[in-house]
Design a protein around this ligand. Structure first.
Ligand code: F6R
Length: 621
């Protein structure tokens, strides 16, 4: 959460560069944005919030800056996703201490704010943020005689929680300092400047010659020629306490990313299919043979010895995890799925021969990282199904599968989900071929997988129809999303997407579960989206459709062409998606529901790239 960036360069392009970076960090927070720059030795701070300009962008922030092109060597910028304090300009970063000596941007939550406030002693607040306390603590340590960098170290060690800060000192604007305790930060260098960003998205815009993550536990002193990294650990204190990135011709990143899915899905399996053996080649997993309790053995034999696979994730990635469990079980492989933020409390039972697979688009989700840290302690193998190279989980997992979806900017995850499913199919086939799956079955699955990009294209052609359905049902406030077996996952993902960007109430249920309670809510004002393809559970599902229709419920059915005739008279509306193997069907059935969420959001006048209360990367637990 929150996007942060810093720029220092002899070329004087700090203001423009930070504004450009903020544009590409909008998905990390859009409650408000701010920038502090140092020009000719003087600090200037500018801020904007949705309170004064709903749907603002970094360009609106730029418009508030007089003399925009004045040469400035250094600037820090911030896109805010609020935790402490409301949305307004006062709470917007950068924040400064009472003497206006230090200016700071921050990503994270101070979990021991009361202690921090006590440690500062007497000071005057102007905002409601935890950030203001951080910068005043740095100032306090500085006044006590610590050097600037020592004061930053003492502060980062004093505060609890996952936090990243970037701070400069107004009378020494030749450098800024960043400290990382559990968040994402990337340092990058060009010919005559250094840049710091909390997410790789803006990097493509800059002529970068080298880059490196700032690891948790380190601080970096950054000037125009590069950076110096050192450990921030102070035992005493701590014991005390480019193109791809643009929307092209689409109005929103979300729509662009939905429409890209045929290509991103194909990227996920390109070069990974071994047709002659009916299996997949997952190069990223091969490093597994070089790690801990599976060392010294042939990779295939080692992975074969894993007893059970535990998928761990949040949100959309969790829905992908549910798919993984069902698919592995379908192929006779033991698998479980866990919601990351429940994992540490819920006493999950597992065996030393079990492997954990963390699924995360960003690779920075704090809840998932917490589980990763727990698994490290337990000593089990942990792998990743990940999108962002060099993200925290990417760097720390034993081995993994990259989903290759490219940068995902839409806050509501779409293309990452279908790419996660693609990689899960590859993993499942690879594991099942080691076990009981025949070469013939393996080959059939790979053959069908290759047809899916064309079928996704076909699904994407229904935009007009789906947009009409979105408008038709706009007057309703409550919806069910229902399905059976593999398409229960589509129902869950469809419902999550729908509520997330349309702000309408929706619930996902297994279709057969309706009669055990949820059916009570059905009447003419409570429509249901039912995913009912031509598969082995079609007849059972049809009975449930009758049950809903018999209670005056409206049904919008998502089905295959082969069932169109049969369903037409039974339901209120039909959405057709292409046929495939039953366990691959969510890859196709989810696409119309992504579009439905998108068009409902548009029809309501909501910006789907900036759903309220949410941020793309959830770096707080
Ligand atoms: C929903 C959505 C979220 C994320 C979740 C996990 O559209 O995007 O539910 O899926 O926050 O994020 P990652 O995959 O980055 O770990």
């Amino acid at each position: 959460m929150c996007g942060i960036c810093g720029y220092i360069g002899v070329n004087g392009a700090a203001t423009k560069s930070v504004i450009e970076a903020l544009h590409d960090l909008e998905h990390r927070g859009y409650d408000s944005a701010g920038l502090s720059r140092v020009c000719e030795g003087k600090v200037e701070t500018y801020k904007i919030s949705i309170e004064e300009k709903p749907d603002f962008t970094a360009s609106d922030l730029a418009d508030t800056i007089p003399d925009f092109h004045k040469p400035c060597k250094m600037a820090l910028g911030h896109n805010r996703w609020r935790t402490f304090g409301g949305i307004n300009k006062i709470n917007t970063h950068p924040h400064y201490d009472n003497d206006r000596l230090f200016y700071l941007v921050h990503n994270g939550n101070v979990e021991n704010l009361k202690d921090v406030e006590k440690e500062i002693g007497i000071w005057k607040r102007y905002s409601e943020t935890d950030t203001e306390a951080i910068v005043n603590l740095i100032a306090k340590y500085y006044k006590q005689g610590s050097s600037f960098s020592e004061a930053v170290k003492r502060t980062i060690n004093f505060i609890d929680g996952a936090n990243v800060i970037v701070v400069f000192k107004a009378d020494e604007p030749e450098y800024f300092i960043s400290a990382n305790k559990g968040g994402p930060i990337i340092l990058a260098k060009g010919k005559d400047f250094s840049l710091l960003v909390s997410d790789p998205a803006p990097l493509e815009k800059f002529n970068i010659t080298s880059k490196a993550p700032l690891e948790s536990g380190n601080i970096a002193v950054v000037d125009a020629s590069g950076w110096k990294v050192e450990s921030s650990r102070n035992d005493n204190e701590s014991k005390k306490r480019k193109k791809k990135n643009s929307k092209n011709n689409y109005k929103h990143f979300m729509l662009k990313e939905i429409m890209e899915q045929a290509e991103t899905f194909a990227n996920a399996f390109r070069g990974r299919l071994i047709h002659e053996a009916g299996t997949a080649k997952l190069g990223g997993l091969e490093s597994l043979s070089a790690v801990k309790n599976v060392s010294g053995m042939n990779f295939s034999r080692e992975i074969r010895r894993i007893n059970r696979f535990h998928f761990v994730a949040c949100g959309t990635a969790y829905n992908a995890g549910l798919y993984a469990k069902l698919l592995l079980n379908r192929f006779g492989i033991q698998a479980e799925v866990h919601i990351a933020n429940e994992f540490c409390y819920s006493h999950p039972v597992f065996d030393p021969r079990d492997a954990f697979i963390l699924i995360s688009q960003s690779g920075e989700t704090a809840d998932t990282i917490e589980v990763m840290n727990e698994i490290k302690i337990k000593g089990n193998v942990y792998l990743g199904i990940l999108n962002v190279p060099d993200s925290r989980i990417w760097r720390e997992t034993d081995a993994g599968i990259g989903i290759r979806a490219g940068t995902e900017r839409g806050v509501a995850s779409t293309k990452a989900f279908t790419s996660q499913l693609a990689c899960i199919v590859l993993l499942a086939v690879f594991l099942a071929r080691q076990r009981n799956m025949t070469i013939d079955t393996g080959q059939k699955i790979l053959f069908e997988l290759e047809k899916l990009p064309t079928k996704i294209e076909e699904s994407l052609k229904s935009t007009r129809k789906i947009s009409a359905i979105a408008r038709k049902y706009l007057e309703y406030d409550n919806f069910y999303f229902l399905g059976r077996y593999f398409n229960l996952i589509t129902a869950m993902e469809g419902s999550l997407k729908f509520k997330e960007i349309s702000y309408k109430h929706s619930e996902a249920y297994p279709l057969g579960e309706m009669k055990h309670g949820p059916l009570a809510l059905i009447d003419q004002n409570f429509p249901s989206f039912v995913i009912i393809p031509d598969d082995s559970v079609f007849n059972k599902s049809l009975v449930n459709v009758y049950e809903i229709k018999g209670r005056e419920g409206k049904v919008i059915a998502l089905t295959n062409k082969s069932k169109e005739k049969e369903l037409k008279k039974q339901v209120d509306d039909l959405i057709i998606f292409p046929e495939t193997l039953d366990f691959l069907s969510p890859i196709l059935s989810v696409v119309p529901l992504q579009l439905l969420a998108y068009y409902t959001s548009i029809a309501k006048g909501i910006n789907p790239d900036k759903p309220r209360n949410l941020a793309k990367t959830v770096t707080v637990s």
